[in-house]
Design a protein around this ligand. Structure first.
Ligand code: ATP
Ligand code: MG
Length: 558
């Protein structure tokens, strides 16, 4: 059973802690991204969970950068992450922290471990350390450097910090148990030498703490009560606890693991996302096809829809893959309520209303949301020459085709009934280039006074008054449902060739000249759209956020 955000196993742990007055009744969480890439929808699950717990228990949630890997980290990522968490709708107030702020303290605490005989400087190379580590079935071997004296360890460690040794030539290791059934407890590395410039501390350090050491200490130093992470860290918990216990940290944060979010047809690993960007398989980290939050934002996904999705999928300890259709349904649900309806034609076909005067423009009233009168309405211009969708006309209609065809009446949305009586073709190619039609002036607003009905309603724009636009349609990124399980898959080979379709001859109603990036739009019958960052005074560019219906699969949570 998937548990909801409102009621899940983490909340039950917290409830019990509060009953026992653990942590003096306080709840403090954090979201701890490593600034080595942009945030994705998986991170949103963690962000929503951590901030919701803080809010609901009257606690706090910190934003903390886990910046202990200087080679992979960058200020660009830090800035993007800060903007994105804010965009998602969360506020860490003045509690923005960096693990690198604690480097000095972490160093002091490492000295403390050495002094208590719990850490030693090891000269084995990384490869040798791996060999000595043993396997899941065979115990490891003690390092020959394991029994160095405290004095020698203190001396060597301070010289590591001073930059006397080459990268990889020495490390500081915890002295735990090389025969532990938990591989993480076999004298794990605490510090390694990395001559690298750190985005925040520059060249001040050439030794950097490892994740397991830095993470628990950062939690403890920030008085985090519940440190929530994904399931793959379950086996690291004994080490997390070991550091806090051995160092007698005043705050012993409690690590709790939950299942990460996986979505089919896309990928959530930052390493792979970076490779897609670097190989130009996508345009950037904010490519609207990516599951990055910047990509989704650009595509027009509202933060509310992402939060609703995270609520809906809930929190559990069972790994699963969620169907992309579930996310799309959350986006549709939200946009259905909040998007303004407008008219646009993606593949225009010109029609001429022969009985409508040439120089006349009629301003017709059109509701901005058919179910919600609070949206109000706008005027749309009706002229002699119009565009309709190529697909909305068939010369020889198939069974069940109720749109425009020779001799049958259809309704133009918010306008009139029209009838087509002539097809004009390009004599060279046979392509239909224009339709000659007539309208019934008595049917203004789409109703006939004599009560006669039409079966089809199609959308349209005025030819002279509409605006040219480029429209980008998106589909799932990969053709493979589960690209993540393929280790080092050739991602280029499984990119969906239809993941981006650019239509350059589109026409949109004139009011969209003033569209804003954050406007939520429904192009009637075509889907939900938003203005793209690439739009400018000269050129309108729209992204389709999502189609009106799920076109390719059943909705399910597996
Ligand atoms: P990657 O392995 O792709 O680099 P990561 O998990 O290392 O991702 P972090 O920046 O360390 O990325 O993640 C920050 C927080 O977000 C962590 O607490 C992590 O557990 C959580 N998180 C990352 N990916 C997911 C996911 N798919 N679902 C839920 N939480 C996630
Ligand atoms: Mg991580």
């Amino acid at each position: 059973m998937t548990e909801t955000v409102a009621n899940n196993f983490i909340r039950r742990i917290i409830d019990t802690d509060l009953e026992n007055n653990k942590n003096q009744g306080k709840v403090a969480t954090r979201f701890p991204p490593e600034p080595n890439g942009y945030l994705h929808i998986g991170h949103a699950k963690s962000i929503c969970l951590n901030f919701a717990l803080a809010k609901d228990y009257n606690g706090t949630c910190n934003l903390r950068f886990d910046d202990t890997n200087p080679e992979k980290e960058d200020m660009e990522y830090i800035e993007s992450i800060i903007n994105t968490v804010r965009w998602l709708g969360f506020d860490w107030e003045d509690r923005l922290y960096y693990a690198s702020d604690y480097f000095e303290t972490m160093y002091e605490l490492a000295l403390k471990l050495i002094k208590s005989g719990k850490a030693y400087v090891c000269d084995l190379t990384p490869e040798e350390i791996r060999e000595y580590r043993g396997t899941l079935t065979a115990p490891g071997k003690n390092s020959p450097y394991r029994n160095r004296s405290i004095e020698e360890n203190l001396d060597l460690f301070s010289r590591m910090r001073a930059g006397e040794f080459a990268d990889g030539s020495k490390s500081l290791r915890a002295k735990i148990d090389m025969a532990s059934p938990n591989m993480n407890m076999r004298d794990p590395i605490i510090y390694r030498i990395r001559t690298a410039t750190h985005p925040r501390t520059g060249d001040k350090w050439c030794i950097y703490p490892m994740y397991d050491y830095a993470h628990g200490l950062s939690d403890s130093l920030e008085n985090i009560t519940h440190s929530i992470c994904t399931l793959e860290f379950e086996d690291h918990r004994p080490l997390y606890d070991w550091f806090l216990d051995e160092l007698q940290m005043p705050c012993h944060s409690q690590q709790i693991e939950f299942a990460r979010l996986n979505l089919n047809y896309t990928i959530m690993s930052k390493r792979v996302l970076l490779a897609l960007v670097q190989k130009n398989l996508v345009s950037s980290w904010s490519d609207p096809r990516l599951p990055t939050l910047e990509g989704m934002r650009r595509r027009g996904v509202p933060p509310e829809a992402i939060r609703n999705f995270c609520d809906m999928i809930g929190v559990s300890k069972q790994n699963s893959v969620i169907d992309l259709g579930v996310l799309e349904e959350c986006i549709r649900d939200y946009l259905n309520q909040h998007a303004k309806r407008v008219l646009a034609v993606l593949k225009p076909l010109k029609i001429v209303i022969e009985n409508f005067p040439e120089d006349k423009t009629e301003e017709l009233d059109a509701a901005l949301h058919p179910q919600d009168p609070t949206f109000g309405s706008r005027k749309i211009p009706f002229t002699r020459e119009l565009y309709i969708e190529q697909d909305d006309f068939m010369e020889e209609p198939t069974k069940g085709f109720f749109r425009l065809t020779i001799g049958k009446e259809v309704r133009l949305r918010y306008a009139y009934f029209i009838k087509c009586h002539e097809i004009i073709k390009n004599p060279a190619t046979g392509e239909i280039i224009e339709l000659r039609c007539t309208y019934d002036p008595e049917t203004r607003g789409g109703k006939a006074p004599d009560g006669r009905k039409v079966k089809g309603t199609i959308h349209w724009v005025s030819a002279p008054k509409s605006l040219a636009a480029e429209v980008r349609l998106y589909d799932r990124l990969f053709t493979e449902p589960n690209p993540a399980i393929k280790k080092d898959a050739d991602y280029a080979a499984i990119i969906n060739p239809d993941s981006l379709i650019t239509l350059t001859n589109c026409r949109v109603e004139p009011g969209l000249a003033n569209a804003k990036i954050d406007d939520r739009l429904q192009f009637e019958r075509l889907g939900y759209f938003c203005l793209d960052f690439d739009a400018n005074e000269q050129k309108l560019v729209f992204n389709r956020t999502v189609s009106l219906r799920d076109t390719w699969g059943k909705i399910k949570i597996s």
